[in-house]
Design a binder for this molecule. Sequence first.
Ligand code: HPA
Length: 277
Amino acid sequence: MEKTQTSYLDKIRETANWIRTEVGELPSIGIILGTGLGELVDHIDIHQEIDYKNIPNFPVSTVEGHSGKLIFGNLGGKYILAMQGRFHYYEGYDMKEVTFPVRVMKELGIETLFVSNAAGGMNKEFRVGDVMVITDHINLFPENPLRGQNYDELGPRFPAMTEAYSLGLIRMADDIAAEENIRLMHGVYVGTQGPTFETPAEYEYMRIIGGDAVGMSTVPEVIVANHAGMRVFGVSVITDLGGKDVKEVPTHEEVQKAAVKAQPIMTKIIKKMLERI
Ligand code: HPA
């Protein structure tokens, strides 16, 4: 056990060192481009790109042709690192693999992390296409990425999750939404392993326990980012609605379509936030 844990720490450092030798400038802001933020790439003044498959210790993609890449460049006047493509737990990666890029980001000096995703809405006020700032989350994944021996170098054994999503950044997003006349919802994101969408009873259950939207990502990365002392901002596109009274069947295609439609709003908010950070 000790041996495996040690090599995990070594791997993080090895990967970060390798990236350091590849790139000229190191960013202080990281962005995980989930569904709904893909278009943001078009706004980045790209300095350098690195395919995941060329990065030592990076998880190997399960989907052919979807390896993903790290993008270094300028956005909103800031030098950023964007992850195009993330590793989902439902694909079969373990929690350490899913969150490995966040560990590497921190090792590279990144202190602020933006995450985006697509989510199903349980909150009865929500409409398809709404953008929801994540104010908090509920971890319904079958495990926690911090399970196992703790590395004090990475963070505390029992980290607080009281402000998992930075109140300052939430406020900033609200200000921008008000100025830009954007309908911006707030809500609690429930993270589940998927890959099934929820049954009507499950959506109902998640609403009753305090969730506003549900998705299959984000929570592991945000837990690790908080463990590492990073400041986090999360945003969801509501791509479908779920609950006992909802008759529509969510499909991957519908999720993609709704996410694409919300992209300009997501892009505007993130870009303007970067300008103000
Ligand atoms: N459930 C889980 N994950 C999702 C959903 C959903 O309804 N929509 C988009 N991602």
